[in-house]
Design a protein around this ligand. Sequence first.
Ligand SMILES: Nc1ncnc2c1ncn2[C@@H]1O[C@H](COP(=O)(O)OP(=O)(O)OP(=O)(O)O)[C@@H](O)[C@H]1O
Length: 367
Amino acid sequence: MSNQHAETTAIEARNIVKQFAGHTALNQVSLEVKRGEFISLLGPSGCGKTTLLRILGGLEHPDEGAVLLSGKDVSGVPAYGRNTNMIFQQLALFPHMDVYNNIAYGLKVKKLGKAEIKKRVAEVLELVQLSDYSNRSISQLSGGQAQRIAIARALVNKPEVLLLDEPLSALDMQLRLDMQHELKRIQREFGGTFIFVTHDQNEAMNLSDRIAVMRSGVILQYGTPSEIYERPVDSFVAKFIGDTNLLEAKVIESSGSKLIVECCGRTFEARNPGAAGVGSTGHLSLRYEYVGLGESAERCDNQLTGKILESVYGGASIRYKLDIGGGYELTANVQYQPGNPIYGVGQEIALGFQREYALFLDDSREA
Ligand SMILES: Nc1ncnc2c1ncn2[C@@H]1O[C@H](COP(=O)(O)OP(=O)(O)OP(=O)(O)O)[C@@H](O)[C@H]1O
């Protein structure tokens, strides 16, 4: 491994395999996280997110593969010997201790001097903006405050990597959104590497520099939120992140990045993000906002007509469900400003989409 790689990579998992009683929870998973990055492990329940996080933190040991921290193999090192720290959904604060002692606990175990402990606790309390809460008992904290104290306690040891296992999932929606901003701010100011487990795609999109989308013990795609949204590698990722029309399709012509596909009983021009050739079957993924209606359809590579089946006013946008004939439906999400036309149920309308935004996803890639 090059020195540069070790300098820029905070933590790395290599070809991790983990089985529980014959069930493969992780199957050859590799992941590399750069220093200072905020990444999320995103996927449905049971896909292996927590198991991977616990392996990175040394709370679980892989059957195969290695974990490297700053380029050093720590596979055999238990959690307490690694410079990582973990925050769980059930925060696990000590209820009988006040805020100060909760945060100071780990430093006392490490036998740091009193003055140093006091300084470090004050620093992290300032970081989470709860400097006045030092003497509060844990039972007197709100959900959001308890969350911040758990973060402060985890950061006081200055871990190289902070591992967060769905820490916001117990909070109500508004508090959860506020805490997302807080977490991002704290990470920026602290300057550390955060790995965050969630099954909420919006949370992953809001927080992350990169997202690893997982399914059934493998990472399907690892990339920036825009890469994952705009260039999903398969139908599962396309469906899991954002809203998309997924229409069964078959390639009938292929030239480089341009494809002609048979779909919904007609032919469309599509983009070929993979290496799909003639005869490949899969799905055409067309995000709701890439479907143009009325005048905007006239400029599109692919044009058809549809009948409005349903119209849902959402303030900034209107979502239409359209019947495009032959038993097929498409959904369009059209930006709305007062004065723009609103189409009524039953209305016939031109609709269209650009080749560039219609991705052919080859299902043979899927597990
Ligand atoms: N200690 C264990 N013993 C047996 N099976 C386990 C154990 N831990 C995890 N598993 C299994 O491994 C698979 C992955 O579990 P894991 O908790 O990593 O998934 P997850 O993606 O974090 O799910 P969730 O979002 O529901 O927490 C699941 O099928 C789970 O039942």
